[in-house]
Write a protein that binds this ligand. Structure first.
Ligand code: HEC
Length: 316
């Protein structure tokens, strides 16, 4: 038996390097222009074109890796097992969303009444909803009609349909922001993703949004081709540049609580707000999770004691 095992192991050790070598041969055999411009995957077709050209120009025989820079890890109040929402910050973030981002981005999964969780009273929510107009109907005559929104309505899209949104933004429709904080995360790579399971790092979304919003205005590396109508941003996950112009500028939004209006502050606040929009029950989830882990630990100890007791009189 032992011999068989040893033979199998040795066989494995022989086969793995051999397979590796074959891979290498395959790479070397393929003509170099193909290696310089590999077929882009479906979703990256448009955004990767410029990057591939850049790589070809530089003579790099690999697909450029996006984003060009990794987002910094920021300190969020909602991070970690005992995280909490900073309601003041969420209200500021909502203000940034309302006054800046909502011009282009919808948030169709969030209802006005959800804003009560940010500390707004029922009347304040009614007033916020009343500022929006939504299409309702059909009425008795079969016609759609417009009316002021009520708290149970959802944030409407600023555009009539995705085609209109794309046409107004150089062909790229601004994505709905309801879930964006959970939909975007930059690959962490080994060994970081292993440590993340221990440190419970779950803030890749807000880190990314903050980095993206503050990452404009840098110089592209030589050879990068920026398509007309797009803006270089080394933190963009889909290519070297994106169709969103830099949305934030200093003092664009006036905070009621006297917090200074810097681009960094706006980006932090709106990223927190978008995290809340994507996962409003994050804090409850973590609090419940902690109690569940505690319960399981105590339960495990009890089960062990019971096992000892049950088998106490059985001779080994
Ligand atoms: C002038 C219109 C406009 C404004 C204002 C705007 N955006 Fe955008 N945004 C866009 C467009 C267009 C895209 C799609 C870009 C692309 O795919 O090339 C986009 C994409 C995004 C993305 C997704 C990037 C990705 O990884 O795919 C995020 C996140 C985002 N915007 C956040 C915001 C936030 C937060 C604000 C407010 C501070 C904001 N945007 C304001 C037009 C806008």
């Amino acid at each position: 038996m032992k011999k068989l095992l040893a033979a199998l192991l040795a066989g494995g050790l022989m086969i793995i390097p051999a397979a590796h070598a074959q891979d290498k041969e395959g790479e070397a055999a393929s003509p170099s222009p193909q290696a310089a411009a590999p077929a882009p995957s479906e979703s990256e077709v448009t955004s990767n074109v410029a990057g591939d050209e850049a790589a070809a120009e530089e003579g790099e025989h690999e697909t450029p890796h996006y984003p060009l820079k990794r987002p910094a890890e920021l300190a969020w109040t909602f991070a970690g097992p005992f995280g909490h929402w900073d309601l003041q910050q969420l209200q500021r973030g909502y203000k940034v969303y309302k006054e800046v981002c909502a011009a282009c981005h919808s948030m169709e999964l969030v209802a006005f009444r959800n804003l009560e969780a940010l500390g707004y009273s029922e009347d304040q929510v009614k007033a916020i909803a009343g500022d929006y107009t939504v299409t309702d109907g059909p009425n008795g005559d079969g016609d759609m009609f417009e009316r002021p929104a009520i708290p149970s309505d959802h944030f409407p899209s600023p555009f009539a349909n995705p085609e209109a949104a794309a046409a107004a933004n150089n062909g790229a429709a601004p994505p709905d922001l309801s879930l964006i904080a959970k939909a975007r995360a930059v690959e962490r790579g080994f060994p970081r993703f292993v440590f993340d399971t221990v440190t419970q790092y779950q803030e890749a979304g807000p880190d990314y949004i903050h980095a993206l919003l503050t990452g404009y205005g840098q110089n592209p590396p030589p050879g990068t081709v920026i398509q007309p109508g797009t803006h270089f941003n080394p933190y963009f996950i889909g290519g070297p540049a994106l169709a969103m112009p830099p949305p934030l500028s200093a003092d664009a939004v006036t905070y009621d609580d006297g917090t200074p209006g810097t681009v960094d502050q706006y980006a932090r606040d709106v990223s927190s707000f978008l995290m809340w929009a994507a996962e409003p029950h994050l804090v409850e989830r973590k609090a419940t999770g902690f109690v569940v882990m505690l319960y399981l630990l105590i339960f495990a100890a009890l089960v062990y004691l019971v096992k000892k007791r049950v088998w106490a009189n059985t001779p080994h």
